[in-house]
Design a protein around this ligand. Structure first.
Ligand code: ATP
Length: 294
């Protein structure tokens, strides 16, 4: 089957966001707060970001690694792209065939995640730059982005799905230059104000495929040697499911998870609940093992 066009994908993502915003009953606190979070992200993109860096001329790139946060932001970003196009260029052909994106895949990641990135690359029409792994020594993030900008020099700003709850993110701003030690570009961070619960409520309602590794106890994905199922998701903890309404109404009762790869199938041991059972932002990275400083 032919891959959908970026125009039709953007329109579909616009419908997903609008549909979520129109939920009226039952308006749980999580849904109401998520609706507000979506509106703020849309406002940042449509009123502050797109008028300054055109989303249609290669100045903006999207940092994408298949994780839940950047997937949520990608859906909202594409929906805004559709709205911006309809408002400013209606009648003309949709100006982009693909969305510029960058994946720094230096570390050894889960095979399920790699396969998910590959399939969503097609689903969302991404022209995804993937950093070269064939180094004797892996590049640092700043080095990898330096290389990316050398390859794509028209890039002025990069969209990042970071949230305030992430490490060292409390003082970030939605639009800011990179820190010292990084190549110079604007970081566009319109998801900062999102809580973990908003991410899952929206993503489950969207009915979009979700990376399968989240279904077996993972709540945040680092590299394969430093990420384990989150102990707070052990089935013995007996956590309630808070998103039954979203799952019933958004994805016809079945969460659409990508298949686990053969390498990751051993995680299917029934000991852990899926990542979306975790509500507490402060516990999200409890499956991450700290890296030793060398
Ligand atoms: P999760 O927390 O479940 O892993 P996530 O990967 O989307 O979800 P973070 O790991 O907190 O979220 O990363 C924050 C953001 O930084 C991502 O949403 C993405 O935009 C960017 N990012 C992180 N790692 C990479 C990477 N290796 N390549 C490109 N972008 C990345």
């Amino acid at each position: 089957m032919a891959a959908p066009s970026l125009a039709s994908t953007s329109e579909r993502c616009h419908e997903i966001a609008q549909s979520y915003l129109q939920i009226e009953e039952p308006l749980s606190q999580i849904i109401r707060e998520t609706q507000n979070a979506i509106k703020l992200t849309q406002k940042l993109l449509l009123n502050e970001i797109f008028p300054r860096w055109s989303p249609f001329n290669g100045e903006i790139s999207f940092s994408y690694n298949g994780g839940k946060d950047c997937q949520v932001l990608l859906i909202i970003y594409l929906g805004c792209l559709w709205e911006y196009y309809k408002t400013n260029m209606n009648g003309q052909e949709f100006p982009l065939k693909t969305l510029k994106a960058v994946f720094i895949d230096q570390d050894k990641t889960f095979q399920t995640l790699e396969q998910f990135v590959e399939s969503t690359k097609k689903r969302y029409s991404l022209s995804l730059y993937e950093s070269d792994r064939n180094h004797t020594k892996a590049l640092s993030m700043p080095e990898a982005f330096h290389k990316y900008l050398g390859d794509q020099p028209e890039t002025k700003a990069i969209v990042v799905g970071i949230r305030y709850a992430d490490p060292f993110a409390q003082d970030l701003k939605p639009i800011q230059r990179t820190d010292d030690g990084w190549p110079d570009f604007l970081r566009l961070q319109p998801l900062l104000h999102w809580k973990l619960a908003y991410i899952w409520s929206f993503l489950l309602y969207s009915g979009e495929p979700i990376c399968g590794i989240y279904s077996v106890g993972f709540s945040s994905l680092g590299d394969i040697n430093h990420t384990l199922p989150n102990p707070y998701l052990a089935k013995t903890n007996d956590l309630p499911l808070r998103y039954q309404w979203e799952i019933t109404h958004g994805c016809e009762g079945v969460v659409n998870c990508s298949p686990l790869s053969s390498q990751d199938s051993h995680f299917q041991n029934n000991e852990y609940l899926p990542g979306w059972y975790l509500l507490d932002d402060s516990l999200e990275r409890c499956g991450r093992i700290k890296k030793n400083k060398t």
